[in-house]
Design a protein around this ligand. Sequence first.
Ligand code: SAH
Length: 459
Amino acid sequence: MRHFPVFLDLNKRRCLVVGGGEVAARKVQQLLRSNADVVVVAPRAGPDIQTLEQQGRVSHEAREFRDKDVSGCALVIAATADQQVNSRVAAASKAGNVPVNVVDNPALCSFIMPSVVDRDPVQIAVSTGGASPVLARLLRAKLETLIPATYGRLATVVREFRGRVKQRFPEFRQRRRFWENVLQGPVAEMLFAGREQAAIQALERELENAAPADLKTGEVYLVGGGPGDPDLLTFRALRLMQQADVVLYDRLVSPAIVELARKEAQRIYVGKQSDVHTVPQSELNEMMVKLAQQGKRVLRLKGGDPFIFGRGGEEIEELAAAGIPFQVVPGITAAAGCASYAGIPLTHRDLAHSCLFVTGHLKDGRLDFNWPALIQPKQTVAIYMGVKGVDVLQKSLLEQGMQPGMPAAIVQQGTTPDQRVYVGAVSTLTDLVAENEIKPPSMIIIGEVVRLHDKLSWF
Ligand code: SAH
């Protein structure tokens, strides 16, 4: 990060703008919004600055810039059309350790000005580090549409209540929880809908009724992180990820997704591999109970969907027994994600009327399936964890009467930039894995629908 973001308090501080044209006037306006004490130095001032001077909002000194003008200034902006003057302003400011911005000349700047979404008192500043002001503007436009104008009112109301909330809830963690409830609940909704009085009354009630003890209990969020692409997270997953105190994640959760959890949250890797259990399941369950009992909000982040070959059920059984509140957030399971991103519809009116999700994980070197159910015609079979025991899988499928030529696909690291799709038949599964050195995580999809991949693949 080349530039350090800060917000300056310019209230009644002397700020110098060198230049009298339109660009200078725009900068003056920006500074005035922060209640700065603005001095304009320029031999001639354009109509905008003249008007501001007549209104008594700026003082204009009609003369050339002198080096000593910068002394005592909180900041300086050079906005003249004369690059020599601009350079002199920059040099004098730097010599005097005064922050300086030269419009459209990043090389001469000691600070740059961001694009701003103004929801006073909320300010969102966007910078591309000078790389692309246009990109910053586009981003700003996006944010403008995302953030209701009433956010400013929300912040103002919160500010009015801050002192009392602090008195009522002396512990930081309780306060944070209180505000998170308020800012994501009916109070905020009422404000967004323009019902300010009702919102303030509701906030009064919450302040009276919220029990400090309730704000102290921990909670566990069992969240499905989907198959890899962070875009496939649900809104709820993202929201809970943003309010967690601790994140427990394993190998299947892509780094890009772990990255989206709250910055301050403690991250604990509890990775499991099919035969190396880094943290045994019982220890993990215990850990979650303990953390929640300490009042923490624990995000248990799992790949795909927590209730599909994810042991999600086992993990929350213990929580339920210990009386710890929890929520489960579904995720896109690997079969669905891989199928979509490989252009293989899991069901199809002509080709597959049902779809079976099974695990290919071997138990004592064997697969424990209900074979007749698996061999049904017009059915797609999605096999999780099937790559390691693929030879046993292929042999058993053929022995049980599956057509050798039945189309089969293997999707490796589905939905991620490293996704690979290999297509063959049931009789060539083992060869496919060996020849292409296919590794987990990979999804095996068997059925006539695999034929559609050629036509429908898009990713
Ligand atoms: N709960 C998870 C599954 C966990 S079992 C879910 O709902 O998706 C782990 C298996 O899921 C892996 O061995 C692999 O077969 C499959 N898998 C998970 N992510 C995958 C991905 N991005 N691409 C292909 N297969 C994946």
